[in-house]
Design a protein around this ligand. Structure first.
Ligand SMILES: Nc1ncnc2c1ncn2[C@@H]1O[C@H](COP(=O)(O)OP(=O)(O)OP(=O)(O)O)[C@@H](O)[C@H]1O
Length: 560
């Protein structure tokens, strides 16, 4: 860690080549169409680039260096995008060069050189932060450029992903990749939390060729015939974070979406990408992939699914009363070890729990720039914070899983998880917010003793005990935490308490806690927050949580 400020990517890209005569200005076969300068998304600015021989430039920690993703000892050699002159349009190569993408990452190389054709159905697994976004965008866009473009205003590529933040990020990368086409290719987004009517109008009145959407809003918009009509010439459907898109939470929406767009028999390409593809995904991918689809993976069967360069540690806290002081001590310790450009993400288990952590630590760690990001925030605040944390060189983001998958915050050197990850996949994706695109990073998970089973039951994860003993520091931080809690609103504590109960109730069996003991632990948590008695919970909420009749709860209304 301790990266100096981001510098310009080193090296020169592939030699520029001339574009041709397809609708978007590349060299495909479609008829040329008038230039359209309208584009709803911002384009990625091209950084100034030094004219130097890339081979002469040693790998620097501050430069996105995907060459570090290759195991040269295993005979894997990085290739430049420039070597793909026969596969990718010159305008795409030009744009990649501007983006600072010189060498293909392993997953990009696999997809672009090993797929039977760029339009083949595929299931692709590669570690977090290794460039999967470009790996699915490039073949899909290239296909449109080589004579398969839909008519103007019709969607050719549909990317479905789990969160709004990720949708914006993917759209931005699509804009970067298409930036050098002589005729702009519009990329639109559709996600909840924004006004439906303006989203709909923008989509209907624009000429979207690419749409990046979250399932709920997309399904909602597809209820309109005029929207469905836009999909009549769909060429590619991508499920990013495919295992998440096909899990119980999202699958119903995905199935409805698939019923509302042209049938798979119409011949569109299906692409499923993720860093985690548990076995059970194979049963469900057939809704977007034909049998005989190509499976590609850059992860060896016996290899840990996380980035090798990330040392992973756990701290098991014997009592709930020590959780907050331990986190304080951990952040201070990590900062002392890597003070330069200290940029970290702390994941909590629930949105209200994360809000509490933010409220607390902004008081107890005033020396850091603090950020919060979770689903209880308004969409514009979420988007603003996402952009600010992408841009900042240092600071601490307290986050829930809205940014657990896919999000690319440059130069995060440390990921902390506080509390039980809901599954190994969730753990892996959160750890993947660090050490992206060849950078270094560290990951520490802080668990309460009943949560320690997570480490023992996930032996494939290389988690070791944290090397520094923090227990001697806790007494010193207790008064700091106690004082900070006096400045945190009671409502924030009450919401965090209720969320804690709700989340841990789901895992009560695994935690080996009876419901009475679960409430006792939650009450200990509330005492640690300085609550004189457990926060009130409404009777009907207790019923909904399945905690009716459990001793230790304080029943009543918090509303005055
Ligand atoms: N060939 C490349 N050269 C340089 N940088 C790259 C290259 N490909 C991708 N990147 C950069 O690497 C970072 C990670 O890429 P991306 O977000 O696509 O990873 P991912 O594999 O989709 O991660 P996750 O599994 O977390 O979704 C981004 O900042 C991206 O711009």
């Amino acid at each position: 860690m301790g990266h100096p400020p981001r510098k310009t990517p080193a090296g020169q890209g592939p030699p520029g080549r001339r574009g041709g005569h397809h609708p978007y200005g590349g060299r495909g076969r479609g008829p040329a169409k008038p230039a359209n300068t309208e584009n709803t998304m911002s384009t990625v600015a091209a950084p100034p680039r030094p004219i130097v021989d890339p081979a002469a430039v040693p790998a620097r920690a501050d430069v996105m260096d995907v060459r570090r993703l290759y195991s040269t000892s295993a005979g894997q050699e990085p290739q430049t995008f420039g070597s793909l002159g026969n596969t990718l349009d010159s305008t795409l190569l030009q744009a990649l060069d501007k983006m600072g993408f010189e060498y293909m990452s392993p997953v990009q190389q696999k997809v672009l050189t090993q797929l039977p054709s760029l339009t083949s159905d595929c299931l692709v697994q590669a570690k977090t932060g290794t460039g999967k976004t470009a790996a699915f965008l490039l073949p899909a866009i290239q296909n449109l450029l080589q004579g398969n473009a839909p008519p103007r205003g019709k969607v050719g590529i549909l990317v479905i992903c789990p969160t709004r933040e990720l949708a914006l990020q993917i759209a931005k990368e699509a804009d970067g990749i298409t930036a050098c086409l002589t005729r702009k290719m519009e990329c639109h987004t559709a996600f909840g939390g924004t006004a439906r009517s303006s989203n709909l109008n923008k989509f209907l009145n624009g000429n979207p060729t690419i749409l990046v959407a979250t399932p709920g809003r997309l399904n909602d918009l597809l209820g309109e015939e005029t929207v469905r009509d836009k999909f009549s010439h769909i060429k590619t459907v991508v499920l990013d974070e495919a295992d998440r898109m096909l899990d119980q939470g999202f699958a119903p929406d995905i199935h409805k979406i698939l019923k509302r767009i042209p049938s798979k028999n119409d011949g569109w390409q299906g692409m499923c990408f993720s860093a985690t593809l548990p076995e059970k995904v194979n049963d469900v991918v057939k809704c977007v992939l034909y049998p005989g689809y190509t499976s590609l993976s850059t992860i060896d069967a016996n290899e840990a699914p996380t980035i090798d360069r990330v040392p992973q540690y756990s701290i098991i806290v014997p009592s709930m009363t020590q959780m907050f002081t331990t986190l304080q001590a951990l952040i201070e310790t990590e900062y002392e070890q890597n003070p330069q450009d200290f940029k970290a993400i702390v994941f909590g288990t629930t949105a209200n729990g994360v809000a509490l952590l933010y409220d607390l630590y902004k008081k107890s760690l005033p020396q850091f720039r603090m950020f919060e990001l979770h689903s209880r925030m308004a969409q514009n605040a979420r988007t603003r914070t996402t952009n600010e944390f992408k841009d900042t060189s240092s600071g601490i983001l307290f986050a829930s899983d809205v940014v657990g998958r896919g999000m690319d915050f440059p130069n995060v050197g440390l990921v902390i998880q506080l509390g039980l990850p809901s599954a190994a996949e969730q753990y892996i994706h959160r750890v993947g917010r660090t050490a992206r695109a060849g950078k270094d990073g560290r990951a520490v998970t802080v668990l309460y003793s009943n949560e320690a089973f997570f480490v023992h039951t996930n032996r494939a994860l290389p988690i070791k005990p944290y090397p520094t003993d923090l227990s001697s520091k806790l007494a010193q931080y207790q008064p700091v935490i106690d004082k900070a809690f006096t400045q945190v609103e009671e409502e924030s504590k009450a919401k965090a308490y209720q969320a804690f109960l709700g989340y841990n109730k789901t895992f009560a069996k695994k935690l080996q806690l009876s419901l009475a003991n679960l409430v006792a632990v939650a009450n200990e948590y509330s005492r640690t927050m300085g609550c004189p008695e457990p926060p009130l919970i409404e009777r009907k909420t207790i019923g909904k949580m399945g905690l009716k009749g459990v001793p230790g709860l304080n029943i009543g209304s918090r509303r005055q």
